[in-house]
Ligand binder design. Structure first.
Ligand code: ADP
Length: 261
């Protein structure tokens, strides 16, 4: 009797309920994704409008001859700065989207993480010196199968933040550890720290901690978003620990062999 019933009614009640639940989860995810996409578009437009409005305003003042000759250069400087900010925003946005889509124009290769870290610190030396921030690299040659420009950008953004949100004479230390199957990279600073309520949100696109101090510091609010998507792309894990006025620490692990995404 049971077999006949199953043939007559091949989808059992449990399966239908399961199906409905799955459909509901799918729908919820779809709504959430849609919501994120809408928020993202609103943010992008807002972030692009601010510098564009400034560019347009300064250009108009110059065009109307409302600026003294000696101030023209100053205004042109402002236009240049705002245009640079626009370029940075658009480039960063494109980078996040590409990583989000799982696309990269670059190749996977065997890399020495320590060398990547040393190169990044070299590039940041000038900014670090201005604040007398010191780099400390703990670890030596550590091989990882990865995508150089992505790993490079992850470490660059983290070290750059470690300097930007630090005090004079602070330190940024990078610790490398071979865990056998994985490589651990930890970037630690003894800077201003991130309030507990902001710690989850700093990885969102355009999110910046609303403390006058960090708002004064230049940035697009996309750095950590690029880090998050980059780490995801490389199949790694990401963890943040931070304490106000003590500093922040980001710990990442990457599988040594390529994980297909
Ligand atoms: P940006 O630095 O361009 O503002 P990020 O996405 O890199 O954007 O960081 C988002 C926000 O998180 C920053 O604006 C800052 O408020 C906070 N933040 C990031 N890194 C640190 C850090 N190491 N120490 C303290 N605050 C940080």
């Amino acid at each position: 009797g049971e077999v006949i019933q199953m043939i007559a009614n091949p989808v059992t009640r449990e399966q239908r309920v399961e199906g409905a639940v799955l459909l509901l989860i799918n729908e919820t995810e779809k709504v959430e994704r849609e919501q994120l996409r809408r928020e993202f578009s609103a943010n992008v437009s807002h972030e692009l409008m601010t510098p564009l409005t400034a560019v347009s305003g300064f250009a108009e003042i110059i065009r109307n001859g409302m600026v003294r000759q000696e101030d023209v250069q100053k205004f042109a400087g402002r236009i240049y700065d705002e245009a640079q900010r626009l370029i940075a925003l658009i480039e960063d946005t494109i980078r996040v989207s590409q990583l989000d889509e799982g696309e990269t124009p670059y190749d996977w290769e065997e890399l020495d993480v320590c060398q990547v870290v040393r190169d990044v610190c070299g590039r940041l030396k000038e900014i670090a010196d201005k604040k007398n921030v010191h780099f400390y690299i703990d670890g030596d040659k550590t091989m990882l199968y990865s995508v150089r420009p992505i790993l490079d950008e992850i470490i660059y953004n983290l070290c750059d933040n470690g300097i930007k949100y630090n005090k004079e004479d602070g330190t940024v230390s990078i610790h490398l550890r071979d865990l056998g199957e994985q490589v651990e990279i930890r970037v630690k600073d003894n800077g201003i720290g991130i309030p507990p309520e902001d710690q989850k949100r700093v990885f969102e696109r355009f999110y910046r901690v609303d403390k006058s101090h960090s708002k004064e510091i230049g940035g697009t609010g996309l750095g950590l978003s690029i880090v998050k998507h980059g780490v995801g792309f490389l199949g790694g894990t990401l963890d943040l620990a931070s304490e106000i006025d003590k500093g922040s620490e980001i710990t990442m692990t990457f599988p040594k062999e390529r994980k297909t995404v």
